[in-house]
Design a protein around this ligand. Structure first.
Ligand code: C2E
Ligand code: MG
Ligand code: MG
Ligand code: MG
Length: 280
């Protein structure tokens, strides 16, 4: 069959490619409908100050309740949303929803100091983030200092000047900026001091190493963050042993299953009421 198509063509790839594209196209179509059909929702994972035993904020994480597939993980659909540009619309919905929720908590007197929202590099490069952010803050009359944007480290590898300008002006408005998944993106250490940042989130893969008494890298990251005057949060803390090691090294903020998984609104309200963080 391949031969009939001539030696120049690579017919063996065609069926695989077709399958791939049709599955992709289907997911893309369903993603488009998901916004209109209100299939997305946010869950919120508490961020804990282990020393003070207080909530310092929550991270908003998107979930997709698909009518047939069930709950689809962001690891599956965020990459597709990024490649298709749909992340711009989805990201705007996330920002709007998280700001609205933060305002609600404020009005209800719920003790949540800030909300962190994940932002994709695609949203920043598209040049629409500033306007999206302004309208989310304004429509909800939210103080910018109650909002944090998380940007994954890998995005900073190719930091164009326009991107840095955008981030700088966002930060000048009082919105906090954090570098997410730090340590995985191979961003240039010689450039990190130039980035407009407030917070560094140590990637879970380094926290996992703490279980094997492997503290050198985490210690070095904490030292660097402190030298740069950045706040530090450890991601994916699952054991009391990891929490203890982090506290010993001077990192007091953590996020992870040890304290709480990401929670829907009602469960989050219960978590805050109980205030049972089981800290060491
Ligand atoms: P991330 O921003 O680094 O979020 C942390 C991920 O680790 C979340 O996965 C969270 O549920 C998970 N996690 C937290 N603590 C633990 C722990 O102790 N153990 C383990 N094993 N996992 C833990 P999730 O919610 O599946 O999100 C995955 C990624 O998808 C996020 O990584 C982020 O990059 C992306 N994402 C999620 N929501 C959004 C969004 O609204 N916009 C964008 N652009 N990306 C998002
Ligand atoms: Mg994040
Ligand atoms: Mg992260
Ligand atoms: Mg991560």
């Amino acid at each position: 069959q391949a031969k009939r198509l001539g030696s120049q063509q690579c017919a063996f790839y065609t069926p695989v490619l077709d399958q791939h594209t049709s599955a992709r196209l289907q997911l893309e179509g369903e993603l488009r409908e998901a916004l209109d059909n209100e299939e997305f929702f946010l869950v919120y994972q508490p961020q804990i100050d282990m020393r003070l035993q207080q909530i310092t904020g929550v991270e908003a994480l998107i979930r997709w309740q698909h009518p047939k597939r069930g709950l689809v993980s962001p690891a599956q659909f965020i990459p597709v949303a990024q490649e298709t540009g749909l992340i711009i619309e989805i990201g705007a919905w996330v920002l709007q929803t998280a700001c609205h929720q933060m305002r609600q908590w404020q009005q209800q007197g719920v003790a949540i100091p800030k909300v962190a929202v994940n932002v994709s590099g695609v949203q920043i490069e598209a040049g629409t983030l500033l306007a999206t952010l302004d309208s989310a803050l304004q429509q909800n009359q939210l103080d910018p200092s109650l909002l944090e944007l998380e940007i994954s480290e890998d995005f900073f590898i190719h930091q164009a000047d326009t991107v840095l300008q955008t981030l700088t002006s966002i930060r000048e408005q009082g919105v906090k900026l954090s570098i997410d998944d730090f340590g995985t993106g191979y961003s240039s250490l010689s450039q990190i001091h130039r980035l407009p940042l407030d917070i560094l989130k140590i990637d879970k893969s380094f926290i996992d190493q703490l279980a094997h008494q492997d503290t050198a890298i985490v210690q070095a990251i904490i030292g660097m963050a402190k030298a740069l005057d950045l706040e530090i949060i450890a991601e994916g803390v699952e054991t009391a042993q990891q929490a203890g090691a982090l506290l010993d090294m001077g990192c007091s903020q953590a996020q992870g299953y040890l304290y709480s998984p990401p929670l829907p609104l009602e469960a989050l309200a219960d978590f805050i009421k109980q205030r049972s963080f089981h800290v060491l």
